[in-house]
Write a protein of this length. Structure first.
Length: 259
């Protein structure tokens, strides 16, 4: 007999909120382009940590870098990658099997994963010496948080006998027992089977236009992938997510795909 379905579940496919932020460099045309990259990457890190505040606890942090055509400011894609292109930051508390989503990772370790350590990881990736091919320059490509804990809304409602069980639609499993941890006065949940509660990523889109036609020298795009219904379906969890997203909108981010 199949166990009774629970109120909440892990999605088969992520639900996503995508925000973007544009930058103009006209007033700093004499600045080293690598410093432009540092400004946008640092801005992205601060957005991630602002988003996570009180909602998400990252367990790993990834930084990738790429070659960009100097004249047209476009990524080279299949034209090869810089040496040591993939950097992966972890802590003693990261999952033992945590690894980068990409190959050839350069592993870094830190005691605590926070804004300061993430900024240091970005600087290490950008400052790592390498010689760009003629006509190209170094840029960051993507920042990723793939391993997360998330603050459980209304734990007294969703937990029974100190345990949390939800359904995993991807694996067709019912009443999956979820790992929990008490920290910072709240209860946090993390992956039991296939998906962590949240996946976060910021991509360097380079020069492009907003839907209103305004041109920017560089645009970065933040994708919030929500994998569990707690924080997507209407309710206290979704209100927590909306509050975090609104913090970013007040900082100058906007919907990347407005209706």
């Amino acid at each position: 007999m199949r166990p009774e379905l629970t109120e909440h579940y892990i999605f088969k496919d992520s639900r996503a909120i995508v925000l973007e932020r544009g930058f103009e460099w006209d007033s700093a045309s004499d600045r080293d382009p690598l410093e432009w990259e540092r400004v946008t990457a640092h801005y992205a890190v601060r957005a991630l940590t602002s988003l996570c505040e009180g909602l998400i606890r990252p367990m790993t942090f990834g930084v990738t870098r790429q070659w960009v055509d100097e004249e047209f400011d476009v990524p080279l894609g299949g034209a090869g990658k810089p040496p040591r292109w993939n950097w992966f930051l972890k802590t003693p508390q990261s999952p033992p099997d945590a690894e980068s989503a990409y190959v050839d990772e350069q592993v870094m370790e830190t005691a605590t994963l926070d804004e300061r350590s993430m900024l240091a990881a970005v600087d290490r990736a950008l400052d790592d010496p390498c010689t760009a091919p003629e006509g190209d320059r170094l840029a960051w490509d993507e920042l990723r948080i793939d391993h997360t804990w998330a603050r459980l809304p209304e734990p007294e409602r969703h937990m029974e006998n100190g345990e949390l069980c939800i359904d995993d639609y991807d694996n067709q499993l019912h009443r999956v027992r979820i790992p929990l941890e008490r920290a910072h006065g709240h209860i946090w949940a993390t992956k039991a089977t296939v998906w962590y509660p949240f996946l976060l990523g910021v991509t360097n889109k380079h020069g492009t236009s907003y839907p209103d036609g305004r041109e920017y020298d560089e645009i970065i795009e933040l994708t919030i992938s929500v994998n569990w219904s707690f924080w997507w379906n209407p309710g206290p969890g979704r209100a927590m997510l909306d509050q975090a997203v609104n913090r970013l909108i007040r900082q100058g981010w906007r919907d990347a795909y407005p209706q």
